[in-house]
Design a protein around this ligand. Structure first.
Ligand code: ZN
Length: 677
């Protein structure tokens, strides 16, 4: 194929991918050539007997795989945001081949010998701080991939990695199919209790599925949660709840249970090969937390107070439910519904009253404005840039001197073919090794599209969260690609995103940007006060559903011999042992726990959100203590964290910003988990 866009230099503005010309059939050839090119580059590094230097080994490694990186970024971003059968088939085909390719490099003996030689002499190489860390991390990465193993063990390791890549892909595709295919079809009589925004979204979903005139609720979180919150129909809430919590778990070809069994068994074997007792020990050895015990300590520090708070919350829900004539216990499909009623009664707060003040476009402007005030960056809308879907918006980002920093793509709406949830990713990473390369960052959300699109308070927080990740990529100022932006330890990567959320709920942000979609009036002060007062409401529930999932993740990956695991029994016994309140469901059950099984990134790592919350609560407290949410000195030190990428140890970075180690006090206060008695 001569017209494959991946084999040409891109002349598009800012070197964006020429989305209009990229077809599914271009990917396989580009993947093949990209892997071949990188293999040749590695062979060139190892093909000399000269004493290795940092430049001819580490920097040459950093330069390798440019084409493969380019095609992989485009492919995996499109497969997540805008997939179809052709891309899904390529993903199934290439996930194992790419894993195999990466593993071949990680286990290349010539390459490791050169890096190990440099590592042994690292004190004599006169390296800069970022170079020293880069060398140490490349060395550690290869050791953790199995570079020190014998040849038979190496082959087994490679086979495990390849098989895991297949299983991860299948797992994610199964969940997507359940979320896409299952539908609760409603007639007008079934809509009782649903506010306008939920009705409109359900009408649109029906339209998309060719049953216009009716209403459809899918299993996407953005559709399921409002229905569980507002529908007065207990029978339908139960139907939806049962389908929602069964995603990924059903007999037949698309059942995720056997995949999970195999995944955890293979991971445990990987860990054993590398000399660890279990996968959690292996994974956590290279994290800020360091050990499973440290993670468990943190989770248990919030678990008991969270259960106490949830018990108080349940008592209020039950009292209200009894007053409304429900003479049965509160069930999981009731919690959100009665919680919303209690919220309305106690705080006089109605989500349907709040939403009209949270217009998507205004909240995007708010996020840009906070970034400008904290970090001096500006965003200019560009309608002339290539995008992969008409709903995607493109912005050029500049620093305070007016210099180009990067491109920000915003993909905000739910649609078929898009993974659920919200995430930030990149089409290109910042680096300066061979001249300045500007980042191209994308934020994905799954808001129900409206005219205009109205957000819940939580949605707005999610928007800011992903934008925090986006800034982590955009503000990156590093030399080497593999240290760029969000390439930090996995339990540190949520810090820049989570601390940014705090500025969304700052009263001055809301006064400026939370404006009624029809009148343009700012949110009334009384409503704003009630909204902020309600922030610790239902935090017992939220902490329990999250921490339960985090404990499940940790325990599952602490299993020494998980072969033949009875997943249902494991889940039931664990929930029993930790005293999971039966009227609260896990935020993610194993069969749809994408963090753990649609990829390896968050395996034994779901705790990272809470770990980072210790940091973000403690870090934001620095601004409130200073009495200025935009304190210039603090903002400058915070910007250093966003800019540093992985060039420094995260705890050192945090201490340089805060002037001391983090403490958990601010987190407990933020979730209302202090002084329960
Ligand atoms: Zn995040």
């Amino acid at each position: 194929m001569t017209d494959n866009p991946f084999f040409e230099a891109w002349t598009t503005p800012f070197g964006l991918p020429p989305f209009d010309r990229i077809r599914p059939e271009h990917f396989p050839l580009a993947f093949d050539r990209g892997m071949a090119e990188q293999s040749a580059e590695i062979a060139a590094i190892t093909g000399t007997t000269a004493t290795p230097s940092f430049a001819d080994t580490i920097e040459a490694l950093e330069r390798s795989g440019r084409l493969l990186d380019r095609v992989s970024r485009v492919f995996f971003n499109l497969d997540a945001s805008n997939t179809n059968d052709a891309l899904e088939a390529i993903a199934r085909d290439y996930a194992p081949r790419l894993a195999q390719h990466r593993m071949r490099i990680a286990l290349d003996e010539g390459l490791f010998a050169r890096i190990a030689d440099l590592y042994a002499r690292r004190g004599t190489l006169a390296l800069a701080e970022d170079q020293m860390r880069l060398l140490e991390r490349h060395h550690l990465r290869l050791v953790r991939s199995g570079a020190l193993l014998g040849s038979e063990q190496k082959a087994r390791m490679a086979a495990l990695v390849e098989r895991l890549a297949v299983l991860h892909t299948l797992f994610g595709q199964n969940v997507l199919h359940d979320e896409r295919d299952w539908q609760l079809v409603l007639d007008e009589v079934d809509l009782d209790g649903l506010p306008d925004f939920a009705r409109i979204a359900a009408a649109q979903a029906a339209e998309e599925r060719g049953i216009g005139g009716r209403w459809v609720v899918t299993l996407a979180r953005s559709a399921a949660e409002p229905f569980l919150t507002f529908s007065t129909r207990r029978d339908l809430r139960r139907t939806l709840w049962e389908a929602w919590t069964a995603r990924g778990r059903h007999e037949g070809a698309r059942d995720n249970a056997p995949l999970i069994r195999e995944i955890v068994a293979l991971r445990a074997e990987q860990a054993r090969l590398l000399g660890y007792d279990n996968f959690a020990a292996y994974r956590l050895d290279d994290s800020m937390a360091k050990t499973a015990d440290a993670v468990e300590r943190l989770l248990l520090q919030v678990w008991e107070p969270a259960k106490d708070k949830a018990r108080d919350e349940r008592a209020k829900l039950e009292a209200l439910a009894r007053a409304e004539g429900l003479n049965e216990a509160i069930e999981p499909w009731d919690w959100r519904y009665y919680a919303e009623k209690v919220r309305q009664a106690e705080y006089d707060l109605d989500e349907a009253e709040v939403k009209p003040y949270f217009v998507l476009d205004n909240m995007v402007e708010a996020a840009f404005d906070v970034a400008r005030r904290l970090f001096g960056v500006s965003f200019t809308k560009r309608t002339d840039l290539p995008v992969y879907h008409p709903d995607v918006r493109a912005w050029e980002v500049r620093d305070s001197a007016g210099d180009h920093l990067g491109i920000f793509l915003h993909d905000n709406f739910a649609r078929a073919g898009k993974q659920s949830g919200a995430w930030s990713s990149r089409y290109r990473d910042q680096e300066t090794l061979d001249g300045a390369v500007a980042p191209i960052v994308v934020n994905n959300n799954n808001f129900a599209k409206g005219a205009p699109t109205l957000l819940s308070f939580d949605d707005a927080e999610t928007l800011f969260h992903e934008f925090g990740h986006g800034l982590h990529g955009l503000l990156s100022r590093v030399r080497y690609r593999s240290q760029s932006g969000t390439a930090v330890r996995q339990d540190f990567v949520e810090f820049p995103s989570q601390i940014f959320e705090h500025w969304m709920s700052a009263p001055e942000t809301l006064r400026n940007y939370a404006r009624h979609y029809q009148t343009g009036e700012p949110i009334p002060e009384a409503l704003l006060r009630r909204l902020l007062a309600a922030r610790t409401f239902n935090q017992g529930f939220a902490t329990v559903e999250y921490t339960g999932s985090a404990l499940l993740d940790l325990e599952l990956h602490r299993e020494v011999r998980p072969e033949g695991l009875d997943l249902a029994r494991f889940e039931a016994e664990l929930l029993d042992r930790i005293g999971m309140p039966k009227e609260i469901g896990l935020r993610h059950r194993p069969a749809h726990f994408q963090h753990l099984f649609a990829g390896g990134g968050y395996a034994a790592g779901y705790y990272a959100y809470l770990w980072a919350e210790v940091l973000d609560a403690d870090g934001f407290a620095a601004f409130t203590e200073a009495g200025d949410l935009f304190d210039p000195a603090l903002a400058a030190r915070l910007k250093d964290i966003y800019s540093a990428g992985d060039t420094r140890d995260p705890m050192e970075l945090y201490r340089a910003f805060r002037g001391r180690d983090p403490t958990i006090a601010a987190l407990l206060e933020q979730r209302g988990l202090t002084a329960c008695q």
